[in-house]
Design a binder for this molecule. Structure first.
Ligand code: GLV
Ligand code: MN
Ligand code: MN
Length: 450
């Protein structure tokens, strides 16, 4: 049984001077209610780039506003803040001995289009409120606590996801800076034109400014809504992920021939959209044939030129394939790509597919799983272990440092949808579990990195 890390009296810590920071974390509403209220606040302008729905893509205006707001909250909770070279907010609550390695806690603040409020921000704001709890009691630990708000997990702006956690681990190649969004703006250009933040270091976007050394970090902890129905079905507030399903993403393009919708007979067409429709049906059939162990999704389709009276000459669509079983995932992908080739050949048009991401299944750290299960049990849930079908920054971080993912029940398992919902009671239980996890973390400075 690990012993508690002794909380020490707080020494004065330097707070980044942000002129809009106000209030004190300890004087706000109860922690969990505040976390939920903050997530809800981030649904709306200026924290969304869309007036009628939540959409917060990487390096957009809403992302910038959210960075400032998250930094303010982190400062109020007793942390110093900085922005790294790729736009991650990193907030630090110092250890008893300044400069000690940190337990990194966090999630992402970008969103999908028409998103719910909790996918990502909940994990960031839980981390901040957890620190506020310790700070209000003057508690410090032999390790620092750092809260990170990753800027890109979803991949909803550029056709690549988890770029920000990959930058932290050193797994993001410099070529990633050349990836283009739908407007033809590269990641590198978006970083260059991202508005500067006073007193922060987003002045040089070299990837090595974001990269961390394993010597600086103890482990990574992500808290996230489950995005599935299991916890609700077993009537538990929180659970522990043991691993995350592998996923690969492709950009598929069918190139036919644009033509006049009135004069080109059906037999003479090279319709890229009709070919894509057939391809999407094939993808669904192949995935369904694997039963419950595999899923495949076409989530975005772009048909050009996109006019009512023109036969579509070029269609690009995304393809996302996932499974907890790496072998199945690869067999399914091969079967789908072969099928796409057959459709193109039969229709006399071209097809091209680029693999834009390939993430193998990612197990969480066995020791951290048991520690988190114990923390969850202390709060009244059974410590249910589960596999995540959704992708998380934990997938990337777990290849770098020991990592763990705590799940929080969400209403009807709904996510990537504005109907996403959590209860204050469940969030409060997650805060309690995280508090227990940190307070009883078996940290041995003698064996610490560095
Ligand atoms: C992220 O939410 C993903 O699973 O794609
Ligand atoms: Mn998501
Ligand atoms: Mn997420």
């Amino acid at each position: 049984m690990p012993t508690p890390n002794s909380g020490q009296g707080s020494t004065a810590i330097e707070a980044t001077d942000l002129s809009t920071a106000s209030g004190s974390a300890a004087s706000g509403p109860a922690g969990a209610a505040r976390v939920v209220a903050r997530c809800d606040m981030l649904k709306h302008a200026p924290f969304s780039d869309s007036s009628d729905q939540l959409f917060r893509p990487f390096l957009g205006e809403a992302h910038h506003a959210t960075i400032l707001q998250v930094m303010n909250w982190a400062v109020q909770a007793g942390m110093t803040t900085r922005l790294d070279g790729i736009g991650n907010v990193v907030a630090r609550y110092e250890a008893t001995a300044p400069g000690a390695p940190a337990i990194l806690i966090g999630s992402h603040i970008d969103s999908v289009r028409n998103a719910g409020a909790y996918d990502g921000p909940l994990g960031v704001l839980l981390g901040i409120d957890l620190v506020a709890r310790f700070h209000s009691k003057g508690e410090r630990f032999p390790f620092a606590l750092e809260v990170i708000a990753f800027g890109d997990e979803e991949g909803s702006r550029f056709p690549s996801s988890m770029m920000c956690s990959r930058a932290v681990t050193g797994a993001l190649d410099a070529e990633a800076l050349d990836i283009l969004d739908s407007e033809g703006i590269s990641v590198g250009q978006a970083l260059e034109t991202f508005p500067r933040i006073a007193g922060q270091e987003l002045t040089d976007h070299r990837l090595d400014q974001s990269r961390r050394s394993i010597d600086e970090l103890v482990c990574f902890v992500e808290a996230h809504i489950e995005q599935g129905p299991l916890l609700e079905a077993i009537d538990e507030a929180i659970g522990v992920a043991t691993s995350i399903a592998g996923q690969q993403r492709y950009q598929v393009t069918f190139c036919g021939q644009a033509g006049h919708a009135g004069t080109t007979s059906m037999l003479l067409r090279k319709d890229a959209l009709a070919a894509s429709a057939e391809a999407i049906q094939l993808i669904e059939n192949v995935a369904t044939s694997f039963g419950e162990d595999l899923v495949a999704t076409v989530g975005q389709v772009d048909a050009r030129p996109g006019a009512v009276n023109v036969i579509p000459g070029q269609v690009a669509f995304t393809l996302d394939i996932r499974s907890g079983d790496d072998g199945l995932r690869k067999i399914a992908a091969a079967r789908i790509l072969e099928g796409l080739g057959a459709i193109a050949e039969r229709r006399g048009i071209a097809v091209d597919h680029d693999l834009v991401q390939d993430l193998p299944p990612s197990p969480c750290d066995p020791e951290l799983i048991e520690l988190m299960v114990e923390a969850v049990r202390k709060t009244g849930s059974s410590g249910r272990k589960m596999v995540s079908g959704a992708g998380h920054d934990t997938m990337v971080m777990s290849k770098f440092i020991p990592s763990i993912l705590l799940f929080i029940r969400c209403l009807n398992g709904i996510s990537h949808n504005p109907a996403e919902s959590v209860t204050v009671e469940d969030v409060d239980q997650a805060l309690d579990a995280l508090e227990h996890f940190i307070r009883y973390f078996p940290y041995d400075p003698e064996q610490a990195p560095g």
